[in-house]
Ligand binder design. Sequence first.
Ligand SMILES: [Zn+2]
Length: 153
Amino acid sequence: MSESSCVFCQIVRKQSPASVVYEDNEVIAFLSNRPVNVGHTLVVTKKHYQNIYELSEEEAAHLFKIAKRMAHAVKNATGVEAIRIVQNSGKDAGQVVFHLHVHVIPMKPHNYLQFDNALRPREQLDADAENIKQQLKQHTQPDSDRNGDSVQN
Ligand SMILES: [Zn+2]
């Protein structure tokens, strides 16, 4: 898939709508429009990498740092106890959009294997995004507040 026809590149370039919850120079995070559960968020590199093999370790570290930040925000916004973080690289792994992304999926009790991906209306996705953004504001800690000994929440 070329970058011009890639749906995630179109979102990065603001040529397609998305319910964005986070953005910086390297990554953008937005709601999946076919969520496994409400709050299912995708953390996406702004560069068009097809899969995990193509990006540098430094870029991978930043991508996962933001995925962790999203995990806290999605957990708090949705009230779930469990979060599943998934990165599919390759068709056999279940990759559907061939632009590197990490899924941050809130999981309800007993739906470990349920993948009921119904299309969710934009206005509902926007409302979901607002809830997550509120949590990001309230719970984002600067790096200097953390060290290896005191892992919080
Ligand atoms: Zn792309």
